[in-house]
Write a new protein. Structure first.
Length: 213
């Protein structure tokens, strides 16, 4: 079976650090939010871990950003500039996810080294990586030291507003992770796409079924 190299080593390192970091942030975040109800660890430990892991994830974000900015792999994030083509491609992909996949229809998107994302994924990942992740990091930074960033917090509407934005994005990521894992099981075997995130290679048979990373 032919293989396509779609996930360079820096991307794979970033992906797994991000994955484990996000899970750890969710666990510590839930402990902080529901202190007294959930007792996985002490409140102080949860806050400390949440802060340190948060800084690691911020650094990891810049690894991702610099890699794509300074290599030709930035092409994988280039959007379709024609609204008509983008809408048609998104609609075909929506039809595939909605019922085509259950009938055994082929994925309308063919994955290559420079076209990992289908039309829907391309838009979603740009929103996540260029808006939601930076906003989550920014609000988390403000909440990390409310006193130091008091003027910025007040300008944004106060602690309640900043905290609400942080929690809403947190809820989105909590919902996103199991969906991402589910899509990862849709290869020619349930573990094929997980394997590619270790090897970097996508089996040609999976090129029509690959969830973008």
């Amino acid at each position: 079976m032919a293989r396509v190299y779609v996930h360079p080593l820096p991307v794979r390192i970033w992906h797994w650090l991000n994955a484990f970091g996000f899970v750890a942030m969710i666990i510590t975040g839930v402990q902080i939010r529901y202190a007294g109800v959930i007792d996985w660890m002490s409140f102080r430990t949860a806050v400390s871990l949440h802060n340190w892991i948060g800084f690691v994830l911020i650094a990891n974000f810049f690894v991702w950003l610099l890699f794509y900015l300074f290599t030709d792999k930035i092409k994988v994030y280039h959007p379709e500039l024609s609204p008509t083509k983008h809408f048609k491609a998104s609609f075909r992909q929506l039809q595939y996810y909605g019922y085509g996949i259950f009938r055994g229809d082929p994925n309308p998107h063919h994955v290559t080294a420079y076209r990992k994302f289908n039309a829907m994924q391309s838009m979603l990942y740009q929103v996540i990586m260029l808006m939601l992740v930076p906003l989550q990091a920014f609000t988390g930074l403000l909440l990390w030291d409310v006193t130091r960033f008091a003027s910025a917090v007040q300008w944004l509407g106060g602690v309640r507003v900043v905290d609400t934005v942080h929690v809403l994005i947190f809820i989105f990521f909590v919902a996103y992770i199991p969906i991402h894992v589910y899509l990862g099981t849709l290869g020619h075997t349930p573990l094929a796409h997980f394997k590619e995130m270790f090897t970097g290679y996508l089996d040609e048979e999976d090129a029509h079924h690959a969830p973008a990373k």
